[in-house]
Design a protein around this ligand. Structure first.
Ligand code: C5J
Length: 226
């Protein structure tokens, strides 16, 4: 498949490519969740859900591998370093009771993926204690076993968990494409900067593109394989 992208077209093979959706969790995206308690405008993040849904649906229809991640800690916080829990002066910390259950704790209502993008059977769900999807998750080994060499990224937030995961993936040898309209930040200038950085210098970390280009490439691929 050839996907229109920057700094130049991105080529991948459906059988060796996974769609990775980073942390589209209720606590980051829905009004009344953790993100909002931190003073963020969650409407910015909520606005990308339809674009993510369109890519996810097309990817599912094509039979591609889907990987969902969640930023999630064990209930006893044994996988949450004090440096992560104690930094700064937020009104709620990881593990505290928030409006949608304990903040960033696995199994709590706010820790679930938003219903519009909820995983279906057969899709991978990776709980990660860090910002990056590859730290302490076994994701690399699972992708290697599945023969995956290319990753398409969507999700939130662009400059934190998405960018960290894409950098980790690039260092492990994956060709990565970030979909600009399917990722967002609470701080639009951080998104702009992250997207620019990732594709700078000839795609130093990877490519950037748009959801509609992936859908178009899948449609062309479908026609070729009929
Ligand atoms: C994510 C965060 N998912 N911003 N988390 O980016 O803390």
């Amino acid at each position: 498949m050839h996907i229109d992208a920057q700094p130049f077209p991105y080529t991948c093979d459906l059988a060796h490519t996974a769609l990775v959706i980073i942390d589209m969790q209720r606590d980051f995206i829905e009004p009344g969740g953790f993100g909002e308690t931190l003073g963020n405008d969650v409407a910015l993040l909520e606005a990308i859900v339809p674009a993510c849904q369109a890519v996810l649906q097309a990817w599912r229809n094509a039979g591609g591998l889907v990987v969902h991640t969640r930023e999630a800690h064990a209930a006893d916080l044994s996988d949450c370093p004090p440096s992560k829990r104690l930094r700064g002066n937020p009104s709620l910390r990881i593990g505290d009771m928030g409006p949608m259950g304990r903040i960033l704790v696995a199994g709590e209502p706010g820790n679930q993926i938003v219903p519009a993008l909820a995983p279906v059977p057969g899709e991978w769900v990776i709980d990660k204690p860090g910002k990056g999807a590859f730290y302490a998750t076994g994701l690399h080994e699972k992708l290697q076993q599945a023969g995956i060499s290319h990753l398409l990224f969507m999700g939130v937030t662009t400059e934190v968990c998405v960018q960290t995961s894409m950098r980790e993936a690039n260092d492990r040898g994956y060709d990565c494409l970030l979909l600009e309209d399917c990722t967002e930040s609470y701080f639009p200038h951080f998104k702009t900067a992250a997207v620019d950085m990732l594709r700078a210098q000839g795609g130093i970390i990877g490519w950037t593109g748009w959801g509609a280009s992936v859908v178009a490439a899948l449609q062309a691929h479908d026609k070729q394989n009929c």
